[in-house]
Design a protein around this ligand. Structure first.
Ligand code: SAM
Length: 362
């Protein structure tokens, strides 16, 4: 029996890891500082709108920090294993975020007012209501214009980065391992012939991660918001290599032929959908996959797998307008996947994200 030989990390590797850990800690501190400052300001300027959250017990905070460290370590290890380039760990538009940061502050009073006045359908007047499902026509997270303006799209990435204390991309990257393993079923084909669809791609952060892991695959991103797709186009066109294709459409009925993708991903969408729409998206993914293809979903952890984080989940629902989150928290995604026809269903949690992988029978 051969013993496992642990390779000693080189000096550049050790330094790069230290740089990555330091950057993540810095992002986490910035996220916490922003949330603390904005919450205090709200207490002063708009005390009536302050959401009634429960304080996080010290033990829960310690668990959250530990889970965050484990996420960082996993992210580093999977880059070392060659799942994606190490440079992806440092991929952040710092200058752009710095330029947009003041806009986030200027937008805060509008968010507070919407929360205070319980206005959840405060959308731009030119929005064509016929073009979207009713559940979509809301100010998710109380954000200005919902998902329906360039202003909203310009602030989204920075807002998510702050919300998750800098862990949004490390959580998104957790789909890459299962997705690449799933694509091994098609290893005999040229990598450039593989088609991968990212449903609800938003501003394209997941497509950026997918491009890092699959430099040659044909990537397609779909979203209901053309404003978010415009933003995605701006970010993605800066990358070298093949361009991703961006398509406006509803994940419940996508404009693609049966069986034309070998992999489908979907990140942070399910908790924003009513139960039936959740099932419809999963059914659509099944239809679009070639037999043997893989679906990878990532979304919030749930009550059953992470009961210890219940207070954090409840607080999230109280602070942000998330009308379907409570229902999502106790929904069985595994049952939905098998109802759609998927097999080989697996699930694992990484910090606040649960990742499901499932195969369409060959
Ligand atoms: C929370 S964001 C997640 C975006 C992206 N996946 C990410 O990781 O940042 C939810 C996205 O889902 C899109 N969306 C919501 N309902 C949709 C639907 N029925 N079909 C397609 N996209 C939808 C929104 O426009 C938004 O871009």
């Amino acid at each position: 029996m051969g013993a496992i030989v642990r390779r000693r990390a080189s000096v550049p590797e050790t330094l790069t890891k230290l740089a990555y850990q330091t950057m993540q800690q810095g992002k986490s501190l910035m996220g916490q500082a922003h949330k603390e400052a904005s919450s205090r300001l709200m207490g002063l300027l708009a005390p009536d709108g302050k959401p009634k959250t429960e304080p996080l017990p010290a033990e829960l905070l310690a668990r959250l920090l530990k889970a965050m460290d484990q996420l960082t370590e996993r992210d580093w290890q999977e880059a070392q294993q060659g799942l994606y380039p190490t440079s992806l760990l440092f991929d952040a538009p710092w200058l752009d975020w710095a330029a947009r940061y003041p806009l986030l502050w200027l937008d805060l009073p509008l968010t507070w007012r919407r929360r205070q006045e319980r206005k959840v359908r405060d959308l731009p007047s030119d929005v064509n209501h016929e073009a979207y499902p009713d559940y979509y026509l809301q100010n998710f997270h109380h954000q200005t214009d919902g998902y329906l303006s360039d202003h909203s799209a310009a602030l989204y990435d920075l807002g998510v980065e702050i919300l998750f204390n800098g862990t949004a991309d490390p959580m998104r990257r957790r789909i890459l391992g299962p997705l690449r393993r799933g694509l091994e079923a098609f290893a005999h084909r040229p990598a450039s012939s593989l088609r991968v669809l990212d449903v609800a791609t938003g501003t394209g952060r997941t497509l950026r991660q997918l491009r890092g892991a699959l430099p040659q695959a044909q990537l397609v991103g779909l979203d209901l918001s053309s404003a978010y797709l415009r933003q995605a186009n701006r970010w993605l066109s800066q990358l070298n290599g093949e361009l991703a294709q961006l398509v406006q459409g509803n994940g419940e009925a996508m404009p693609f032929a049966d069986g034309c993708f070998q992999a489908v991903s979907c990140v942070f969408l399910l908790h924003e959908l009513p139960a039936q729409a959740r099932q419809n998206v999963i059914d659509e993914a099944f239809r679009l996959l070639e037999p043997g293809g893989v679906l990878v979903l990532a979304d919030s952890v749930q009550l059953q797998d992470s009961p210890e984080f219940k207070v954090a989940m409840e607080n999230f629902r109280r602070v942000f307008h998330e009308p379907y989150y409570r229902d999502y928290l106790s929904d069985s995604i595994e049952t939905r996947l098998s109802q759609a026809g998927f097999e080989a269903i697996t699930a694992e949690s990484h910090f606040m994200t649960r990742v499901w992988s499932a195969r369409k029978p060959a």
